[in-house]
Design a protein around this ligand. Sequence first.
Ligand code: SF4
Ligand code: SF4
Length: 321
Amino acid sequence: MTPVAPPSPFLSASAVKDAARRHGFDACGLAEAGPVSPGRQADVARWLAEGRCGAMDYLRRHAGLRADPCRVVPGARTVVSLALNYYPECHPEAFDFAYYAYGRDYHDVVRVRLRALLAELAEGAGMPPETLGRGFCDTGPVDERYWAVVAGLGWWGRNAQLIIPGCGSYFFLAELIVTLPADVYDRPVANGCGACRACLTACPTGALSPDAGLDARRCLSYLTIENRGPLPPGTAAAMGRCLYGCDRCQQACPHNRRAVPTRVADFRPSSDFLAMTPQAWACLTPDDYRRLFRGSAVKRAKYEGLRRNIDALLGDGDARC
Ligand code: SF4
Ligand code: SF4
């Protein structure tokens, strides 16, 4: 009798989605791994050539890797795109912070879930996790939003965010890039922006252009977090109440009206953070900063960056220490 070759292993898309749900992810889709589309590559090349990435030189350096997940994970066959809701239930009163930064650093929180999901899928496939693939959450050269679109999670909004139908855009994106093919791949969903321009109108700096291009050099999320130098002239006025980052183009989006609060306790703000007054911000010391933001993504701006933002918001007013 001729021996029958064992079936080549593959991922069951429905089993992957079930597992993703069990590990707390709110959305999951699968895309076939391969080079990103020529149109996307051309858009990225133009965006970089125009200098719209600001001082984020790593985007330029890693452009080749970002253009093909198979260069990041050799032998990659599938990109499992995942999303985790971070929409907060309550907000600080004194100043605005980007919602995603209220709680524990999302890199750490999502990494734990990604590892557990990868381990479960690897066990099912009978291979070590490191052979099956790798997980990323804003931690590697992966074009996350592009893959979320290809994997059918949502569409690329004019505010340069991924919009998940019926859920909105307050989601962290993450991926598993794996070396097994899937039985079924997802398809992109229709773009639901229509004639809406609410995000463009809401942006206080004109950082968004109608073709979904974001100019990081004008965006408060970049200027108040990534940017290490002084704030460009006019930034303080545009900040309004925004002390760290900016969510105005997301707040304006009608698809976020149905956002529901996150179920992840780690993303909730501490009572100390919520209780901060303008006076407390004005007098924030490096020790206060370390205590308040231990394990938080706000550490990215460093004390000096946050101090610069506080001083910009307070101006020469009486609230300064
Ligand atoms: S985050 Fe703020 S500054 Fe940046 S594009 Fe959105 S609204 Fe404009
Ligand atoms: S505000 Fe309107 S145009 Fe902007 S992303 Fe949302 S739906 Fe699209």
